[in-house]
Design a protein around this ligand. Structure first.
Ligand SMILES: Nc1nc2c(ncn2[C@@H]2O[C@H](COP(=O)(O)OP(=O)(O)O)[C@@H](O)[C@H]2O)c(=O)[nH]1
Ligand SMILES: [Mg+2]
Length: 379
């Protein structure tokens, strides 16, 4: 009790109150620690009344649970969270590591032009980074006191008749860049729209489960073609087309801009910051469990071989230090991870996204079983 931040005082509702319980209650009261009275073995709603006699102990916080069936665990976790000391202050933004923003996309979509547009922008100050790899050219940009590292996929300038091998090569290089990045900026040429190769690169981002923003570049050419006013009306349509073609990267917001004129480049950074902010957000355990339980009530998980999936509780994991823009990771403690199909995992992720949005971020959901050490991760 001395080294605890909080004490869970567990009693057995089937045995009822015993003299030993009363003794322990006195001990616990003298500990000067927050105490939660946990009345266990309340397996069904109808047994709630068994918990009443323990209210005589007079503890401020009490929960009835069934450890065997996972009943009331989410509520218990919520109560405990409320009693624990506040988490340590978030680190100062300025002290944070600069996120690596990779510009990826097929040749000639305007990646290097976009880097130059950022560097030319009065709001940026820039310095090249020593030790740049062969695959990318990295530069540091500072905007409004925030540092970023821009990784431009080095151009493949030599011409080749074996076009396809060059393309495969560039996709392979993209893969490496994508995995190294904290956030990928997938550049698409607005005049051509999404091509097969764009889809391949987008697929790599999705597989790598990386934060992403899609840039629809060369908008000045659409304006020139259609006229400024008319192109405004076309904007939604173009964005919709990109979304439909890259539906599997649905978490990535789309920013329309022109690297040539520099128009809307600022919006790209606003978006990157928005993604970063959401990466720092944490869903409260209580609310998360309510959202997931409501989703499960609306649509129950399928039964597999007469075994029913059971959720004990869910929580958002802390994964600090992994990346300055880490995707949100949720862990669900369940009876058996194998009982939940991927389609249902995706359903739950969609409900989490309805509630917390997480723009630009893939939602990671991990199941942890209590019957065995098995755990599965879904994309
Ligand atoms: N009109 C227009 N041309 C652009 C834009 N961005 C890039 N370009 C042109 O597209 C070509 C390829 O650009 P580059 O930045 O080298 O593409 P990268 O291969 O993706 O790095 C160059 O001729 C650029 O001038 C843009 O926003 N508008
Ligand atoms: Mg280039």
């Amino acid at each position: 009790m001395e080294c605890a931040d909080a004490i869970l005082f567990v009693v057995d509702s089937i045995d009822g109150m015993t003299p030993l319980d009363a003794e322990i209650a006195d001990l616990v009261r003298g500990s000067a620690r927050p105490v939660v009275l946990v009345v266990n073995k309340v397996d069904i709603e109808g047994h709630e009344s068994r918990a009443f006699e323990f209210s005589r102990f007079g503890f401020e916080h009490a929960c009835s649970v069934s450890a065997a069936h996972g009943r009331g665990i989410g509520e218990l976790v919520e109560v405990v969270e409320g009693l624990l000391p506040a988490p340590e202050e978030e680190p100062d933004v300025a002290e944070e590591e600069a996120p690596k923003l990779a510009l990826v996309g097929r040749p000639n979509v305007g990646k290097s032009s976009l880097v130059n547009a950022i560097l030319d922008d009065k709001r940026s100050t820039v310095s090249e980074i020593a030790g740049t790899t062969r695959d990318t050219i990295d530069v540091e940009a500072v905007r409004e006191g925030r540092r970023y590292i821009l990784c431009d996929t080095a151009g493949i300038r030599h011409r080749s008749r074996h076009n396809t091998s060059v393309e495969v090569f560039s996709v392979m290089r993209s893969e490496k860049t994508i995995r190294r990045a904290d956030l990928n900026i997938l550049v698409i040429d607005a005049t051509t729209g999404v091509t097969m190769q764009d889809k391949k690169i987008a697929g790599l981002i999705q597989e790598a489960q990386k934060p992403a923003v899609i840039v629809l570049n060369k908008w000045d050419l659409i304006e020139k073609e259609e006229g400024r006013e008319a192109s405004k009306l076309l904007l939604e349509e173009h964005v919709e087309k990109v979304r439909r073609a890259l539906f599997f990267l649905d978490y990535a917001p789309v920013v329309v801009l022109s690297a040539l004129t520099g128009e809307n480049v600022r919006r790209l950074f606003t978006m990157v910051e928005k993604v970063r902010e959401h990466a720092r957000r944490r869903a409260g355990t209580g609310e998360l469990n309510r959202v997931i339980r409501a989703a499960m009530e609306r649509q129950a998980p399928p039964i597999r071989g007469n075994r029913r999936f059971k959720l004990l509780y869910a929580t958002q994991a802390k994964e600090s230090g992994v990346s300055s823009i880490a995707p949100p990771l949720f862990v669900m403690f369940v009876n058996n991870p194998l009982l939940l199909p991927d389609s249902y995992m995706n359903y739950l992720k969609a409900r989490i996204r309805d509630k917390w949005e997480f723009p630009g971020l893939p939602i990671l959901l991990r199941l942890r079983g209590r019957e065995s050490a098995e755990a599965t991760v879904s994309d």
